[in-house]
Design a protein around this ligand. Structure first.
Ligand SMILES: [Zn+2]
Length: 410
């Protein structure tokens, strides 16, 4: 038995059996609850008789990258540095994607366990997360595999620890806008559990379905039934399961079915004059079909940052704003890195989203009424385990997933 490891100030016991941790992207707790109630997840229902069904919070901004990295490091963005999918790089003044490992300020659990001799397998839906999650793994060791289903046909031993990962899944490479992109992950995961038998496996899906379909609706239920089937296979292979989400998901449209948007850049231009404020939406990514870059979190850079406090107070009065903070207040409230957020931090109410200006959002690709995330209102996540797990505190986060599964399961 290997001795416990300390990763980013937290101690973790060595896995006693292979552990499969799943981050179900955008899995508002009601998705699993409704699917179980409708009889669509027979394995999970049975698993919970002897397992554990908890709820926790994601980090805010409740977006994909900050939360996947929080789960993978066991600490909030203040420590690991990934504060959005997207941010304003103070060094270059450019708005850039936060996909590059150079933005990571700590190592991951995967890296530490790998260095201590563990076998690690990571499969993501989109390639944007793969490099961050797989950072620090030595692919020449024969003990690390990390790839995305999006690019499973491009994997190499040197970059991913596996030659042509696509070869083991008898399915075509799915579209990035599909449920199949997530199914591919589980199919590959089940095969890797058999052939590679990792000590730790991390699977991270895409929220394409959750952006379009509410909990309990037929297509959402079908998606959860698909996952239930694969989870049963992992269980049959003797693996423990630990499930959470990177964030929840809520309806963000008005009675007419249109996205209910507060255009923050337009509002601040009206208040302050042009070019005095720059609104950054850290949800922004190339996958606009999901959400049109509309979410419930924004940060604002001001030319005159001495106005921050006054503006934060004034914004609180605006309909649709749930809370607004100065950089200092917001970073304390949400455990965020000060240097990667603007002078103001704004979160919207549950069914509202924050935009920049109307002409900067292409909503033509949104086929269904908008469902999105990003705010405090979207931070409810499941923490579900195949084993009996003793909850460690009053307030749990998704980044307690490995602590709970490795240290508190019996
Ligand atoms: Zn996500």
């Amino acid at each position: 038995m290997n001795s416990p490891l300390t990763v980013n100030g937290r101690e973790y016991a060595w896995p006693r059996q292979p552990l499969v941790a799943v981050c179900i992207d955008g899995s508002q707790p009601e998705y699993i609850e409704e699917a179980i109630a409708g009889g669509h997840m027979p394995f999970t229902q049975k698993m919970l008789e002897s397992g554990t069904d908890l709820r926790g919070q994601s980090v805010v901004p409740s977006f994909t990258n900050p939360n996947n990295l929080s789960i993978a490091t066991g600490v909030p963005p203040k420590v690991h540095g990934i504060s959005g999918n997207f941010f304003l790089d103070p060094e270059s003044g450019q708005e850039v994607m936060m996909n590059d490992p150079k933005f990571l300020r700590t190592g991951t659990l995967f890296q530490s366990f790998h260095e201590a001799g563990a076998k690690i397998a990571i499969v993501t839906a989109k390639d944007k997360l793969r490099r961050l999650l797989g950072h620090g793994l030595d692919y020449t060791s024969g003990r690390a595999i990390c790839f995305s289903s999006e690019k499973a046909n491009e994997t190499t031993l040197a970059e991913n620890g596996i030659e042509n990962a696509h070869g083991m899944v008898a399915k075509p490479i799915p579209s990035v806008y599909s449920a199949e992109l997530s199914e591919f992950i589980f199919d590959a995961g089940v095969k890797l559990m058999r052939s590679f038998r990792p000590d730790l496996m991390y699977l991270s899906t895409t929220d394409y379905i959750q952006h379009k379909h509410a909990p309990g609706t037929p297509i959402a239920n079908q998606f959860y039934a698909m996952m239930d089937h694969y989870w049963e296979e992992f269980h049959a292979q003797g693996a423990a399961l630990a499930l959470t989400a990177d964030h929840g998901m809520n309806a963000k449209f008005n009675q007419a079915g249109e996205p209910d948007v507060l255009y923050l850049q337009s509002l601040l231009d009206e208040w302050l004059g042009a070019k005095q404020a720059r609104v950054i939406l850290p949800i922004t990514d190339p996958y606009v079909v999901h959400h049109g870059a509309l979410g419930s979190f924004a940060t604002v850079y001001l030319v005159d940052s001495t106005k921050a406090h006054e503006l934060a107070v004034r914004l609180t009065e605006v309909e649709g704003v749930e809370a607004s903070y100065t950089n200092m207040e917001g970073c304390v409230a949400f455990d965020l890195p000060n240097d990667r957020l603007g002078d103001l931090i704004v979160v919207s109410t549950t069914n509202k989203v924050l935009g920049t200006t109307p002409e900067r959002h292409d909503l033509s690709q949104l086929k269904e009424p908008l469902r999105s995330h990003g705010g405090v209102c979207d931070r409810q996540v499941p923490l579900v385990f195949s084993q009996q797990v003793e909850a460690t505190g009053v307030l749990l986060h998704n980044y307690d997933l490995f602590d709970l599964a490795l240290n508190h399961a019996s």
